[in-house]
Design a protein around this ligand. Structure first.
Ligand code: MG
Length: 158
């Protein structure tokens, strides 16, 4: 039995924080604001997986009021989400995500991001789809004020 889920996340850009997307740290003069490392791509994937399993969202499992998740590596969150899925009797099958960022250039890092996400999700690299696009200068994402991500996940019942 297969089930699908969808996830979305957005974080504002801020100076003075490291930029981490899909588990990869970018050389960049800004990062994302948030309680954890603010990796919106990984958060969207977490929510897609949790949604597919009919579980509560990422904020339920890792509340931004909990000091334990302050500056947390979101790959640890993704690994914990997969453990929750396993506990509920599900296994991830594949992921597909779109990152929306005006800058920095994402393309040179796509392979590393896919590898990191696949490792955290316990999937082969060819089961992780990842695209990056811009918002063509429109809205806050287009002006570089935020970075967002959409994700879908397929899981199967064990
Ligand atoms: Mg988030």
């Amino acid at each position: 039995m297969f089930r699908i889920g969808h996830g979305y996340d957005i974080h504002r850009t801020v100076p003075g924080r490291p930029l981490v997307l899909g588990g990869v740290r970018f050389e960049c003069d800004f990062g994302l604001d948030g309680h954890s490392d603010a990796d919106c791509l990984t958060h969207a994937i977490c929510d897609a997986l949790l949604g597919a399993a009919g579980l509560p969202d990422i904020g339920h499992f890792f509340p931004n009021t909990d000091p334990a998740w302050k500056n947390a590596d979101s790959q640890l969150l993704l690994r914990a989400v997969v453990a929750e899925l396993n506990q509920a009797g599900f296994t991830p099958v594949n992921l597909d995500a779109t990152l929306i960022a005006e800058r920095p250039k994402i393309a040179p890092h796509l392979a590393a991001m896919k590898a990191a996400l696949a490792a955290s999700a316990g999937l082969p690299v060819n089961a992780v789809g990842l695209k990056a696009t811009t918002n063509e200068g429109s809205d806050d994402i287009g002006r570089g004020l935020a970075i967002a991500a959409h994700a879908v996940a397929l899981i199967r019942k064990n």
